[in-house]
Ligand binder design. Structure first.
Ligand code: ZN
Length: 413
């Protein structure tokens, strides 16, 4: 193998013509002079279109490449500017690096891969770069991968949710694909305008292809989905519906407790206070003592016990799924409407109002569980991405990590 070709391969710059190679004493690094091949000369760094020259730019420029053994390595080349009819005066494209980068593609990809797979400290020490540099690399690599892969093309069933970070001071809206189980989109904010930007990116035709959307009962999601995706059915999140029931039950417990307290029945009030967890927990998780507590409630307070049974039956609806669930939901609604416990009469109204999306969740068996687990992973990433100081870098890291966009290590694919 000729030495020029060997150098090109070593540095991962196969698309280039290699010139002189030398050791730069001051930088303590191997420097390899390179230039793009003839057909790649004079192209716009943004779009790759061949353009007229503008000036010599900053003259020679260096791009950090992956280390050669224990030595740092750089690719050095001219970086003239061209005038693109669309992008104006820009630095020319070079085949070994992304536009605007001071690192080669191989270096970028390695840094991004390490950011996803190892610790912050490991990336910094192994590559000898600052964490903020890694943040910029991650953003660049993610943007590049997003352009290359059309993640929006086959979207049929999506989950939408919000995630709080920075101790609940900041929010992201996230969208996951139920079919690939990947994160497809995220943006800072949690409102109709933010979600609207996702549907803008999708375009009218692909919006029309969306069949199912799972989400909690947030009004802004329901409204935006209804306006932008005419063919989509909204699936309620069973977890949230069950939580409504648990809240209603707690309201009843407090009422009964207050009545007992005001009526001077301190013994009953005390016992009820301790019954909170027995009422909350799923029956299969109850301890013996808590089971005893429930039996006691059944004896002394019929109203509270009925409220408990109403909560449990609604929970059972979502455990069953399918036709049996639909029949049980029907029966539950009849019971709740006539139960004469205000909190549950109100709950029956809310369930009726969201009937279509609850029914969709039962028939489709789609829950927001996937979105929740994606959110847990993103929340872990917020700690890693802390030093990036921007939500965009956090989103980029999430796209690489849970969006399936992480590049393979150079030379492995
Ligand atoms: Zn251009």
């Amino acid at each position: 193998m000729q030495s020029a070709r060997l150098w090109a391969r070593l540095l991962g710059v196969e698309g280039a013509v290699i010139g002189r190679v030398w050791y730069d004493e001051q930088a303590g690094a191997v420097v390899v002079a390179a230039r793009p091949r003839k057909h790649q000369l004079g192209r716009c760094g943004v779009c790759g279109r061949r353009c007229g020259g503008f000036d010599r730019g900053e003259g020679r420029r260096r791009w950090r490449a992956l280390d050669l053994g224990t030595l740092k390595a750089f690719v050095e080349a001219d970086a003239p500017r061209v005038r693109c009819p669309e992008h104006g005066v820009v630095v020319v494209a070079v085949p070994w690096a992304r536009h605007g980068a001071r690192h080669t593609r191989g270096f970028d990809d390695t840094a991004a891969w390490l950011a996803v797979h190892t610790s912050k400290q490991a990336v910094g020490q192994l590559l000898r770069v600052a964490w903020e540099t890694v943040g910029r690399v991650v953003a660049r690599v993610a943007a590049d991968a997003e352009q290359a892969a059309d993640r929006f093309d086959e979207l049929r069933r999506v989950g939408i949710d919000e995630i709080a970070y920075k101790k609940g001071h900041k929010y992201l809206t996230v969208v996951v694909d139920h079919d690939t189980r990947r994160l497809v989109w995220a943006a800072p904010g949690r409102d109709a305008a933010t979600l609207g930007r996702f549907f803008d990116a999708l375009g009218e035709q692909r919006c029309a292809g969306i069949r199912l959307v799972s989400a909690d009962a947030a009004e802004w999601i329901a409204v935006t989905v209804a306006a932008r995706c005419p063919g989509a059915t909204l699936c309620a999140d069973p977890f949230h519906v069950v939580k409504w029931a648990t809240d209603a039950l707690d309201e009843v417990r407090r009422e009964v407790w207050n009545t007992a307290r005001k009526g001077g029945d301190t013994a009953l009030a005390g016992e009820l206070k301790g019954a909170r967890y027995a009422l909350w927990k799923n029956p299969e998780d109850l301890t013996r003592r808590q089971r005893g507590k429930l039996a006691w409630i059944a004896q002394v307070n019929n109203r509270l016990y009925r409220a408990y049974l109403l909560k449990e039956q609604l929970r059972l609806v979502f455990k069953l799924k399918g036709v049996r669930a639909t029949v049980l939901l029907e029966a539950w609604l009849r019971w709740a409407r006539r139960c004469r416990i205000p909190a549950f009469v109100k709950l029956a109204k809310a369930v009726t109002a969201h009937r279509a999306s609850i029914q969709a969740a039962l028939t489709e068996g789609l829950s927001n569980g996937l979105v929740e687990s994606t959110n847990t992973k993103i929340r872990l990433l917020t700690r890693v991405a802390f030093g990036f100081r921007s939500p965009e870098a956090l989103i980029a890291l999430a796209m690489l990590s849970v969006g399936g966009l992480c590049p393979p290590l150079p030379g492995r694919a």
